[in-house]
Design a protein around this ligand. Structure first.
Ligand code: GZL
Ligand code: ZN
Length: 329
């Protein structure tokens, strides 16, 4: 592994307990292109449209840009890193005031972010973190603490099986390989259950954060393992896919096999309310208002906090039933 890559990996694994890019010290801005009275321009590169979480996140960014009077150039990465790199290059050429993006995976961003830095365009990481040894390449990371989300999922399982000594067999449907949410949700969950040897993760595979991916992976698990007690899926879509696979195999999801997911989208909370999921950790996609506030500050050359963590909670069946009528996404 190239030395730089090794250093980055070590940096990430050292930082990963707090989540990459989660350092809290203040950082001074050298100023953006904008500020003053003219309209601030923002280039935003999105991961894709793989999940209802992502669709809600896109809507929040687009609606908030309109209400903030910010000129938004929105580019859909269609789940490919090279599309996002091309989009960021385009923003530099267009000389936007600020660049924001949700990096589909953690690595491989230093070169293009150096180009933005050389052009003196501030960069705001939104939703997902990157792995870099040069944290001057971005001004702040706005988004959830995925390690904390994984810990919440694991802690629910520890509490649920307190006192049990027999082995509990867990399968994990991971998010996109190399993405911050997949890496950090796995770390947080592992940390939470590691001192309970009877809670055993017997298999783990990438379900790409989609319902089809969740169903495909769950079918593989069911073919490979005689008995499975728990599914830990890194997002609701994968959990809904696991429900599809379990029902096709004549099993009762939420009863024969417990399912924990992350996001708390409408689909996830409806399945939880129906008893087909058992516990859902929220990951809030409505980052638009906070992002636009940070964009204006960056454009005006103001200092930004290096980390803005989103507020979010957890849901059991009763709470899901309560919030569904007024849920925004
Ligand atoms: C998490 C976000 C993840 C969601 C998935 O902040 O990056 O990507 O959990 C989405 O639903 O696909
Ligand atoms: Zn990381």
């Amino acid at each position: 592994m190239r030395r730089a890559g090794l250093v980055a990996l070590v940096a990430c694994s050292l930082a990963v307990t707090a989540g990459c890019g989660d350092k809290a010290e203040e950082k001074t801005d050298t100023g953006g292109q904008g500020g003053g009275t003219e309209q601030v321009s923002l280039g935003f590169s999105q991961v894709g449209s793989e999940s209802s979480w992502r669709v809600a996140n896109t809507k929040s960014v687009q609606d908030s840009a309109v209400s903030a009077g910010i000129a938004l150039d929105f580019q859909d990465g269609k789940q490919q890193q090279e599309n996002q790199i091309t989009a960021i290059r385009g923003f530099v050429q267009k000389k936007v005031d600020v660049i924001a993006f949700s990096p589909i995976v953690e690595s491989g961003w230093d070169a293009v972010l150096q180009e933005a830095k050389d052009a003196k365009i501030p960069v705001i990481l939104t939703d997902r973190a990157i792995d870099t040894t040069d944290t001057s390449l971005y001004r702040t990371l706005l988004g959830s603490d995925f390690v904390a989300e994984g810990r919440k999922a694991g802690q629910w399982l520890v509490d649920r099986y307190r006192g049990r000594q027999d082995d509990i067999k867990i399968v994990q449907i991971e998010g996109t390989t190399g993405s911050a949410p997949a890496n950090h949700r796995r770390v947080g969950f592992t940390e939470a259950i590691e001192s309970y040897p009877h809670l055993k993760v017997i298999d783990s595979k990438d379900g790409e954060f989609t319902r089809e991916g969740g169903e495909r992976v769950m079918k593989t698990f069911l073919a490979k393992h005689k008995d499975i007690d728990v599914v830990y899926a890194h997002n609701d879509e994968e959990g809904l896919g696991a429900i599809d696979a379990l029902e096709a195999a004549g099993k009762k999801p939420g009863e024969d096999v417990l399912i924990i997911t992350v996001d708390a989208s409408r689909g996830g909370l409806e399945a939880l309310a129906a008893g087909k999921l058992n516990f859902v950790v929220e990951c809030n996609p409505l980052l638009g208002p906070q992002l636009m506030d940070l964009v204006k500050k960056a454009a005006a050359g103001e200092t930004l906090p290096t980390r803005v963590v989103t507020d979010e909670t957890v849901f059991d069946q009763a709470k899901a039933k309560e919030v569904l009528p007024t849920r925004q996404y």
